[in-house]
Design a protein around this ligand. Structure first.
Ligand code: GAR
Length: 192
């Protein structure tokens, strides 16, 4: 039986799009649900384009009820992928899906992670520190922002005149290139 993926995203969802494309005709796995906390998120349009169901949830539902867990269990989800999802995952969800939740981060963790470190905030911090490289990290999710075990990192060089837009683009290229492939190889290693 194909492995079943659920994707959480809060915004544009360009990574969700790449994952949906990758698994659209794939023998190993399929994307069965998109979840978001943001009713305006463009990822909802992308889900619709792929005819993949979507679920919008509130802060109350996510942190004070088991509704999201029940939904994921009912759909027999094997892997939860956070692709630009900005809320901390509650303990109850971590316990319901141990070692089955992964996140994408736009920097080389453990540097430039933690609360408030997302999107442009990360890239701006990297630029301010005059780093000569940055990259992406795919890691298991734990109860602290950006601290779970690292599964994959790729890096790119920062040239002296690179600005925010340039390093964002370089990072996004790596994300789109590697995230679906890393998910597929992780699923192959997972027993059930
Ligand atoms: C991605 O760059 C991802 O690394 C980042 O949000 C972006 C989502 O883009 N995630 C974080 O910053 C998490 N701390 P997308 O909506 O186009 O996929």
């Amino acid at each position: 039986m194909k492995k079943r993926i659920a994707i959480f995203a809060s915004g544009s969802g360009s990574n969700a799009q790449k994952i949906m494309e990758h698994f659209k005709r794939n023998a190993e796995a399929e994307v069965v649900l998109i979840l978001t906390n943001n009713p305006q998120a463009y990822v909802l349009q992308r889900a619709d384009n792929f005819e993949i169901p979507a679920h919008i949830f509130t802060r109350y539902e996510f942190y004070e009820t088991d509704d999201v867990i029940r939904l994921l269990k009912n759909l027999q989800v094997d892997l939860i992928v956070l692709a630009g999802f900005l809320w901390l995952v509650p303990e109850s969800l971590l316990h319901a899906f141990p070692n089955k939740i992964i996140n994408l981060h736009p920097a080389l963790l453990p540097k430039y992670g933690g609360a408030g470190m997302y999107g442009d905030h990360v890239h701006n911090a990297v630029l301010a520190a005059k780093e000569d490289e940055s990259g992406i990290t795919i890691h298991f999710v734990s109860d602290k922002y950006d601290e779970g075990e690292i599964i994959h990192q790729s890096r790119f060089k920062i040239d002296p005149d690179d600005n925010l837009e340039v390093i964002k683009f370089k990072g996004q290229q790596l994300e789109h290139q590697h995230f679906p492939r890393v998910i597929e190889s992780l699923l192959k290693k997972m027993k059930s």
